[in-house]
Design a protein around this ligand. Structure first.
Ligand code: IVH
Length: 675
């Protein structure tokens, strides 16, 4: 390659990097994944290392981040805010330590201690305290100059405004990360693509009152300028931060030896999906401040620290098609069929698109190149669209105005609580008229918390439905088993077993029965309330004659939304027919507890993950056997069932109260499920 081509390639890469920087720092938009960004940066650094003639004042070795935006007043950091070099492999870590030892001219036997701190993926901020008072808060900006976002930062509860401790330095810039917990992000999902964008966007609100509404958190981990700090190592500094009233990361550790760093890395990575905040790696800092000073900096990153990044849980793929799934309540859920791609060891071919609004907001189209993220057990979702790679002939995705299953009009309902139109579009047909809704209703009818019919799972329901063996719930109790016996994969015995388990479920409590009908907004709890209120099936069914549905509002817990939904249900003739038919075959009793079961008068609570059985199923089993479940460890609890990773506090409390602690097998033995 000649010099000209190399220079051009180098300049182009820098230009691209700076474009992404600009988007990221000024508009809070990440158009590429962190991994792609890191790769691009690495390419530039590699080129510089290989070809000494390459130089640019815009190179990432010279600049950090990007110039702050014009919306806020700017101010210089007294000590620049630096970035960190990345490490990806064990080898990178070995080299990191080797360089440190070389630089300090120490031999291998010298144990270097590191402060290992999970790297929270948020927005860094620098808080200046003078005489114990918070006087200013800056964003990182370009590292040298940040934005003055003091009033926004001051709304964050985790940030102390006054520190009275005697040993608090007379002046110090406390630095750390502003972020949003994943659980708090749930309610912001509509507005932001991920917690990081939400944190960044909230910090940049013009009006601090808007920032205040967002539950931002702050974790402290380093300092900039200081006068009067009497600490000589990072780990003690972190603990001091905590004494002074700052939050610090509970997973911070003091570690020596690369193997131990790796072990900790693996342990934290395993915990990653259970944490309530996003981390993208672990930062290692040489613990001793004297050594840190000696090591100093290269370009814009310290020689004494490195960020050990986790492998990415994001990947780029292409949308092959957009499928519309229809749920039991008629909700139309778009799902992107993507070119299968491996993300963190799992082959992903579907990604959730949430709802129509989400598609419109991100302008997601068939044929688009997209970044897909898979975190923990949640369904993979589309993070962003690479619009530059969009085919020229692509057209906007038009969400169906007719139900793809039955052709009925689709509608967006007005939500009484939010006083806005729903983000979800629904099929307007009346339940059993729409095939897809019908099947989903049947699946719900036989599900664990409803009729709980053994051997009648989702796949079998679909199959029976396709074969026209069932269409309405009552058909389940009239199945012609002669026809089942001869089906592929069935036989006399399995058909007989199914007949038996269906027969067994003809006796049902009113609350389960009401729940099984799948009336919108009537979940388990509401079904229980209704069952208690009516007492008998007849009284419940009389709702169809009685037009005074408003009386239901007297039930504590039932509101207008539920009443409207019940009204709707009873105004549909098919539903009434279903009720009449079911009444003929079932014996519906008031859910008053059986008093004869094996778990009579016993209370239970489950903590931790069970093996091959869901919490819902355990709850059903307990109730079927006349036991009750409670929600906390109190004196009233008889048995605490523990699974994998139980809540320690619950186990401790149970021990203190001398409550019997049993495992899954012991529980199943109690109800004769295993011997
Ligand atoms: S120390 C020279 N410690 O990572 C020290 N940074 O790429 C530089 N970060 O801008 C910062 N957790 O936003 C440090 N425990 C931690 C950190 C951390 C997250 C972020 C921070 C910084 C970026 C550096």
């Amino acid at each position: 390659m000649n010099q000209k081509i190399i220079k051009r390639e180098y300049k182009n890469k820098i230009k691209t990097l700076n474009y992404y920087n600009l988007k990221y720092y000024n508009e809070n938009i990440s158009e590429i994944t962190d991994a792609e960004y890191d790769n691009l940066k690495k390419d530039i650094l590699d080129l510089e290392n290989e070809y000494k003639f390459l130089k640019s004042k815009n190179s990432p070795t010279v600049t950090v981040g990007f110039k702050p935006s014009k919306n806020f007043k700017k101010a210089f950091h007294k000590v620049p805010m630096l970035s960190l070099a990345n490490a990806f492999t064990e080898n990178d870590l070995i080299n990191f330590e080797k360089k440190i030892l070389n630089y300090l001219s120490k031999d291998k036997d010298n144990n270097i201690y590191y402060s290992a701190e999970p790297k929270i993926d948020g927005i860094s901020a620098s808080l200046t305290y003078k005489n114990g008072k918070l006087i200013r808060g800056l964003s990182r900006g370009d590292g040298k100059q940040g934005e003055d976002i003091t009033s926004n930062l001051a709304t964050i509860k985790d940030i102390p405004k006054i520190i009275l401790s005697r040993d608090f330095p007379s002046e110090i810039d406390i630095r750390g990360e502003v972020f949003i917990q994943n659980s708090d992000f749930e309610s912001l999902k509509e507005k932001f693509a991920n917690p990081r964008n939400a944190a960044s966007g909230s910090l940049r609100q013009k009006n601090p009152n808007d920032t205040k509404k967002i539950p931002l958190k702050f974790i402290a981990y380093t300092f900039g300028f200081e006068k009067g700090l009497k600490i000589n190592n990072q780990y003690d500094y972190l603990n001091k931060l905590s004494e002074w009233g700052f939050k610090i990361n509970p997973l911070n550790k003091l570690i020596t030896g690369v193997e131990n760093l790796i072990q900790n890395y693996n342990e934290v990575e395993k915990k990653r999906t259970d944490l309530d905040f996003d981390i993208d790696g672990i930062v290692y800092k040489v613990n001793d401040f004297t050594l840190q000073k000696r090591l100093g900096f290269v370009a814009n990153a310290p020689r004494w620290a490195v960020a050990h990044k986790f492998s990415s849980n994001k990947a780029v793929s292409k949308i092959l098609d957009i499928d519309i799934q229809i749920g039991r309540t008629g909700a139309l859920t778009p799902v992107a069929k993507i070119k299968p791609i491996n993300i963190g060891g799992v082959l992903v071919s579907n990604a959730s698109l949430h709802n129509e609004d989400e598609i419109n907001r991100k302008d997601i189209r068939i044929g688009d190149t997209v970044t897909v993220e898979r975190a923990g057990d949640v369904i993979p979702h589309i993070l962003s669209v690479d619009k530059k790679k969009r085919p020229i002939n692509s057209s906007k995705f038009i969400f169906p105005t007719k139900c793809p299953s039955c052709g009925s009009l689709t509608i967006k309902e007005f939500n009484l609580t939010t006083k806005k139109k729903d983000a979800v579009r629904r099929c307007s047909s009346e339940g059993y008229d729409c095939d897809k809704i019908s099947i989903e209703k049947l699946k719900h009818f036989v599900s664990k918390e409803a009729f709980n019919i053994d051997g009648l799972g989702k796949k079998i329901i679909e199959n029976f439905w396709k074969l026209k063996l069932i269409k309405f719930p009552q058909d389940i109790f009239k199945i012609d088993f002669k026809k089942i016996e001869i089906l592929d994969g069935w036989g006399k015995l399995s058909a007989e077993n199914l007949r038996h388990s269906i027969e067994n479920k003809k006796k049902i409590s009113l609350e389960r029965f009401i729940y099984s009908l799948g009336i919108r907004h009537i979940g388990l709890e509401n079904a229980k309330l209704l069952s208690k209120y009516f007492g008998t099936f007849t009284k419940f069914k009389n709702l169809s004659l009685n037009h005074n549905h408003k009386e239901l509002l007297n039930i504590d817990g039932i509101g207008e939304i539920q009443v409207n939904s019940i009204k709707n249900f009873f105004s549909n003739k098919i539903n009434l027919k279903v009720l009449t038919e079911l009444e003929k075959v079932l014996s519906i009793h008031l859910g008053s507890k059986k008093t004869s079961g094996l778990l009579k008068n016993k209370t239970f609570l489950v903590t931790g993950k069970l093996n091959g059985i869901s919490r819902a199923e355990v709850k059903s089993l307990i109730e079927e056997n006349s036991g009750t479940t409670v929600s906390g460890v109190t004196k009233k609890l008889d048995f605490l069932i523990i699974g994998e990773k139980p809540t320690k506090r619950k186990v401790m409390n149970a021990k203190e109260l001398k409550i019997r602690i049993i495992n899954q097998d012991q529980f199943l033995k109690m109800i004769n499920k295993i011997s």
